[in-house]
Ligand binder design. Structure first.
Ligand SMILES: Cc1ncc(COP(=O)(O)O)c(C=O)c1O
Length: 438
């Protein structure tokens, strides 16, 4: 993989960005995990790896925050997109591919009977919120998990609940929306019941991520759906992030629980902008009467990428392979923990195994995770404690990652013996998006 050369050029661009782009990056998760160490700008990507502007190559376990599912720059999807570009990237009238993709999604996602498109995931969540409110004639949305940047969701930052996004309040979101979207913690059925009771007759939807890191407890999702229905609310699964690494068709297919409406994006199009809200006819059909309309929702590139990605996931037996990759990285990390003699475990489902170290003091976690991330970066592995693969990841990638993790854990072990903060080579970004999980 070649020696790590530092990130001087990334930092130069980043400083220029700071003068020109408020917040430096367009997505908070693209802020550097450790300034001066983590790659910030990439030059190219292929398969399981990318090369940054300083010429460092990394095994990528973030994969455009899960949007890349087949692997970077996948030849089959990219060829289909190029072929479409040669016939026009967007038409004046509609593309028949809108209907072709709708048929494919309905075939693939258990809750899908009708379909509307967007480009981004947050946008698709906002659309689901609109349709649910329109379909029920009610205003309040109860949710857990992360659902994007739009006003409907960020208005929850007005409530007495820790910030949805660390260090960021509801600035810019109309105060009048306070109380229209209310969070409950992951797996917290009692709180959901309380909220439904408190807002009886006012709840349009209950929206949640069916899986974030952990599989839900037995019967949890079924109970959420039942509670939503008892209260005349639409049950919405946001599968933007957990998406189709768990199963093509989503966590709902894997867990055998079917919601009323589902939000998908990212995983459905291997990195080309595309999102969708799908759902049962009775909840989707009222959208006919609502103003939901946008020029680029019918662009041919996302449609083509999505149709091709779904077919390729099926053709490449992705469900079995993701389980293999996830369990492979879990075993490799567990081996590294054991070799180094650091206490911890690898938690979560196979879609995103997550390293959780046993620490003497919880307040150390952020520094420890940052140090681990820093040391992985210096060894050519991009990611943090959460490992999300693609179909392009190989056994060799897992082996190299395990070697890097072993060395990074050695550094962490020294850090825990003393001088942890001094071992950090740069500032950690206040980037973490808090997702109302645990
Ligand atoms: C569960 C979930 N919903 C919605 C979003 C927002 O998607 P986007 O960043 O495309 O707006 C994300 C993004 O991370 C997500 O993980």
């Amino acid at each position: 993989m070649g020696g790590y050369k530092g990130v001087k050029r990334s930092m130069e661009i980043y400083e220029r960005a700071g003068e020109l782009i408020p917040g430096n990056t367009q997505l908070r998760s693209r802020l550097p995990a450790v300034e001066g160490v983590s790659p910030i700008y990439a030059e190219r990507a292929k398969g399981s790896r990318f090369v940054d502007v300083d010429g460092n190559e990394y095994i990528d376990w973030v994969n455009a925050v899960s949007a890349i599912i087949l692997g970077h720059h996948d030849d089959v999807v990219d060829d289909a997109v190029k072929e479409q570009i040669d016939r026009g990237s967007i038409y004046t009238v509609n593309s028949p591919k809108e209907v072709e993709l709708a048929e494919e999604l309905i075939d693939t996602i258990p809750s899908a009977e009708m379909v509307r498109y967007t480009k981004g995931g947050g946008e698709a969540c906002a659309l689901a919120a609109r349709i649910a409110r329109g379909a029920t004639g009610k205003d309040i949305i109860l949710f857990s998990g992360y659902h994007g940047w739009h006003d409907w969701y960020q208005s929850a930052n007005y409530l007495d609940f820790p910030d949805l996004v660390t260090g960021v309040g509801p600035m810019g979101v109309p105060k009048a929306l306070a109380g229209t979207a209310i969070p409950f913690g992951e797996f917290d059925l009692d709180r959901l019941k309380e909220l439904l009771e408190e807002h009886r007759g006012e709840v349009a939807a209950v929206m949640l991520e069916p899986v974030r890191t952990y599989a839900p407890p037995e019967g949890y999702l079924e109970s959420v759906i039942e509670l939503a229905h008892d209260n005349g609310a639409v049950a919405v699964f946001d599968e933007v992030s957990c998406g189709w690494r768990i199963a093509i068709g989503g966590a709902q297919e894997y867990l055998g629980v079917t919601p009323d409406m589902t939000v998908v994006a990212k995983c459905i199009s291997n990195g080309y902008p595309m999102g969708a809200v799908v759902g049962k006819r009775e909840f989707m059909e009222p959208a006919t009467e609502m103003f939901v309309s946008s020029s680029y929702w019918s662009d041919n590139i996302g449609l083509t990428a999505s149709i091709t990605t779904i077919r390729e996931l099926k053709r490449r037996d992705s469900a079995r392979r993701f389980e293999e990759i996830g369990e492979g990285i879990r075993a490799a990390l567990e081996g590294a923990l054991e070799d180094v003699g650091v206490q911890g475990e690898v938690v979560g489902l196979f879609n995103a195994p997550t390293l959780e170290l046993d620490l003497p003091d919880e307040s150390l976690r952020s520094s420890v995770n940052t140090l681990f991330t820093q040391e992985l970066a210096r060894r050519g592995v991009h990611g943090g404690v959460r490992f999300m693969g693609t179909l392009a990841h190989t056994e060799e990638d897992i082996r190299e990652t395990a070697d890097a993790a072993r060395e990074a854990l050695e550094v962490v072990r020294h850090g825990l013996e003393g001088g942890l903060d001094e071992m950090l080579m740069g500032e950690a970004s206040p980037m973490a998006v808090r997702r109302i999980v645990r």
